[in-house]
Design a protein around this ligand. Structure first.
Ligand SMILES: [Zn+2]
Length: 260
């Protein structure tokens, strides 16, 4: 090999190595930078994501509802409680008694309900997607429930039949006419209202929309199936791998009547 050519090769090799080295430094530096800003963003976002999924309800100001207004010890966001109290007093003037039977439920509570139902179905040989769809008629998958937000409540009875006559019908009729004035909405309204996906109608479930609307928007923006199926806590939820298949986000979380 001629000496000149050899020198060229060495020089070329050095240049290539230098370029490679500087690129490596650049990649290293920029990946470090990206990594750092990703951490900052994730920290800010993860607090709200954890709240939205019921994993940190204490992020918001929850208060214990006075026992005279509920059937058991429960919590709601303070703003929601105040709006409920006004509605409760107005209803009472019309002879309608409103009793809260469920308020804020955190992730762990909801997982107890969900995994309990899943185990019972599994004992009957129903598992996987079939079990998930069965539970989703009336119960939310943990991490996807509006009850996590402290904005939603169940009133008076969890029996659909209760609302068909007597006190139940009187209460439901009053609520449908007046609840909107106080910010509350029957989100799981009858199919006849045009709600074609999601949970079966729940005439007992009422949502305080001024806050809940904002949380739903944040949920849509921040939480995808990578989190729903990938979060370490979510992996403990029975049948979680079917969340995407049953379109939990599109059909259930978003399958509501918005009372607009
Ligand atoms: Zn409910």
């Amino acid at each position: 090999m001629p000496a000149r050519h050899y020198t060229f090769q060495i020089r070329h090799l050095l240049t290539v190595s230098a370029l490679a080295f500087s690129s490596w430094i650049f990649v290293f530096a920029s990946s470090g930078k990206t990594h750092n800003s990703a951490i900052t963003l994730a920290t800010a976002d993860s607090a709200s994501v954890r709240f939205l999924m019921g994993m940190a309800p204490s992020e918001k100001s929850m208060i214990s509802v006075p026992m005279a207004y509920c059937s058991k010890s429960l919590q709601l966001q303070k703003t929601v409680w105040q709006a409920f109290l006004s509605m409760h007093d107005a209803a009472a003037k019309s002879g309608v008694k409103l009793t809260i039977i469920s308020g804020m439920r955190d992730f762990t509570h909801q997982m107890g309900i969900w995994n309990g139902k899943y185990s019972k179905l599994a004992a009957k040989g129903i598992t996987g997607e079939a079990a998930v769809r069965n539970i989703l008629k009336y119960s939310s998958m943990p991490g996807t429930s509006r009850h996590h937000w402290g904005t939603d409540m169940d009133l008076n009875s969890l029996e659909p039949g209760f609302f068909l006559s007597g006190d139940g019908l009187k209460m439901l009729t009053w609520m449908r006419l007046n609840a909107g004035e106080f910010g509350f909405c029957e989100v799981y309204s009858p199919r006849s209202t045009g709600r074609t996906t999601g949970y079966e109608p729940e005439p007992w479930h009422w949502s305080y929309m001024p806050l809940a609307k904002q949380y739903l928007q944040q949920y849509k923006d921040k939480i995808g199936y990578n989190i729903i199926q990938g979060d370490p806590s979510m992996k403990k939820v029975s049948g979680i791998l079917y969340a995407n298949k049953v379109r939990i986000k599109e059909d259930f979380i978003q399958g509501i009547n918005e009372c607009q």
